[in-house]
Design a protein around this ligand. Structure first.
Ligand code: C5P
Length: 212
């Protein structure tokens, strides 16, 4: 049995107490991966941004809001875990300044200065121990396979799942599973639960069993 951390869902970055930046990630892929991992007998810890879906009741769920909070919670959980799957879509930018009061309309253009948030998978991929593995996701609209492979190498992932933009907030997904040496393991299309089972079977074979 392995202990697997899964990041899931979007994050939020507040501009003021009531407005925030986010994206359309639903957390469905993370939930499907959690179920697939549990079905294989693994222990699952989901680090989730705000979502309206439910995670499997036998998974441990840690709720977070911002990308920094997701990084902190994932880092802590990963210390005692075998692997990490980055299925979340964390906000890549946050306002440079967060207003303490609600911004009032002035009739003028509002200029928003944004700074980058930390990249969770890249930080933990770079710092992982030799006995740990990290699986990233990539969502690209052009040069899909090439960019996924570049991303896997840049973020020090052991495997990357390249998925289509249509996966966002959808019931279905179409992915390509790529191993760290560039081997294309499989192209899988179907519902998120069936795609998740396929991804987990590759994780099981190439990352979990190989580590034993
Ligand atoms: O660079 P990009 O956002 O396309 O990379 C996607 C992968 O990186 C996913 O596995 C996603 O969960 C992860 N990621 C992250 N932290 C970020 C941005 C992306 O862990 N701030």
């Amino acid at each position: 049995m392995a202990r697997i951390v899964i990041t899931s869902g979007p994050t939020r970055q507040y501009l003021d107490p009531v407005r925030y930046l986010t994206n359309a990630s639903s957390g469905r892929m993370g939930a499907a991966l959690a179920q697939a991992a549990l079905d294989l007998g693994h222990e699952v810890i989901v680090i989730s941004g705000p979502v309206s879906i439910r995670y499997p009741s036998t998974a441990q769920v840690v709720d977070v809001v911002t990308t920094q909070e997701m990084l902190d919670a994932t880092k802590l959980a990963f210390e005692n875990a075998d692997g990490l799957v980055g299925a979340a879509a964390p906000c890549d930018y946050m306002p440079k300044q967060v207003e303490t009061h609600k911004l009032s309309k002035t009739g003028d253009v509002l200029h928003l200065a944004l700074i980058e948030t930390p990249d969770i998978i890249a930080k933990l991929g770079t710092a992982k121990r030799r006995d740990q593995w990290v699986v990233g996701f990539a969502l690209e609209t052009e040069d899909v396979r090439f960019r996924a492979i570049v991303k896997m190498s840049r973020k020090c992932c052991d495997m990357i799942v390249s998925n289509s933009a249509s996966a966002m907030n959808s019931e279905d997904n179409s992915v390509e599973v790529i191993l760290r040496d560039g081997t294309i393991l499989e192209q899988i299309t179907g519902t998120k639960p069936s795609v998740a089972n396929g991804i987990l079977s590759h994780i099981q074979k190439h990352l979990i069993e190989r580590a034993r």
